[in-house]
Every structure is written in structure tokens, then in C-alpha cells.
Design a protein around this ligand. Structure first.
Ligand SMILES: [Zn+2]
Length: 176
């Protein structure tokens, strides 16, 4: 199976055997190369957000179009390295969150669409949290209607085959 981006110890901490990993339902995702990434902006907390240049270009067009319709779109998370994904999971384990719950909300390192630099977690000022009720926001209604015009689509709808929770905030740009 070649080398895995999952660092030693993480599978054990998640109680995942190699057999369970082989059955992991999400596809592997390549990590964007540094030269493919450009700065998209930063979070309120000052963390720099990066995505591929075509994603940033289409995001910029989409944000502007939404703004013209009175919708303020913001990105909460964009590119994430394998290493960052590992830290995300490790932090949740350190906080005592149950492994099966973690696996529903965070993809294993190597399996998150955020590695590709094409996926964006998008929110609005009135719904800044990554929670399911984002689907009730005007921002989600706008995205549902218009995001496809800019090449973005919802990756994890309700009852998706990957076993992930419904993520109305997670949109992925597909290069033509
Ligand atoms: Zn996401």
C-alpha cells in the first residue's frame, strides 16, 4: 500500500487496526505542493489560509457575487497539511473525545479534501460555527443555488457514503 501519511501511534490511539483502515470509506487525497498554494486570507484568529491559486480565484469571484446579493461569505478553513490533520485529531484525543466520534467529524490524515487545497469551509458572520444549522442560513441558501456557477460543490451531504457527518459548510472547487 506504500507509505501512509498517518504517523505512528495515531491509529492505535483511535483503536483502528490495519484491517479497519483498509475498510476506511473515504478516498485518499493528495497533499497540495507548496508552489500550488497561495494565500487566500486569514482567519479572525490570524491564521493564514491557503488554497490552490484556481480555488482562490474562483472563491474571490464567488465571494464578490455573494456580496452583491447581500451575503457575506467567510472562509474558516482551507488547505490543511497531513501534519496539521494529525495535530487536529491528536488534540481531540488529548481532550478525551471518543475515537468513534472523532472519526465522524475529522478525516484521517491523508483522507481529508482539505489536503488538496481545493476544499473550503465557508460560513457567514451570522452563522460562524461549523454546525449543521448552517444549512438554515441565508449564506447556505445562496451557496446551494449559486456555488456551482463558480465550480464549487457540497462534498458531504446528508447520509453521504463516506461516513462523515453532514457538512453544509464544506465546499470543494473542482478544476475544469
Ligand atoms: Zn471542511
Amino acid at each position: 500500500m506504500g507509505n501512509t501519511p498517518i504517523q505512528d501511534g495515531l491509529l492505535q490511539r483511535l483503536f483502528l487496526t490495519p484491517e479497519a483502515l483498509a475498510r476506511y470509506p473515504a478516498p485518499k487525497q493528495d497533499e497540495a505542493l507548496p508552489h500550488q498554494l497561495i494565500v487566500l486570507g486569514e482567519t479572525k484568529a490570524g491564521r493564514v489560509l491557503q488554497a490552490t491559486s484556481d480555488t482562490v480565484q474562483h472563491w474571490t469571484d464567488m465571494r464578490r457575487a455573494a456580496q452583491q446579493d447581500g451575503i457575506q461569505l467567510e472562509v474558516r478553513s482551507a488547505f490543511r497539511s497531513y501534519d496539521y490533520q494529525h495535530q487536529l485529531i491528536a488534540r481531540k484525543l488529548d481532550r478525551g473525545e471518543p475515537p468513534n466520534q472523532i472519526l465522524q467529524v475529522v478525516a484521517l490524515p491523508g483522507y481529508s479534501e482539505h489536503h488538496t487545497g481545493y476544499a473550503l469551509d465557508i460560513v457567514t458572520p451570522d452563522h460562524p460555527e461549523l454546525t449543521e444549522d448552517f444549512e438554515l442560513s441565508a449564506g447556505f441558501a445562496w451557496l446551494s443555488q449559486s456555488a456551482h456557477e463558480f465550480g464549487f460543490s457540497l462534498s458531504y451531504p446528508r447520509d453521504n457514503p463516506w461516513g462523515f457527518i453532514y457538512e453544509p459548510w464544506h465546499w470543494c472547487f473542482k478544476p475544469a
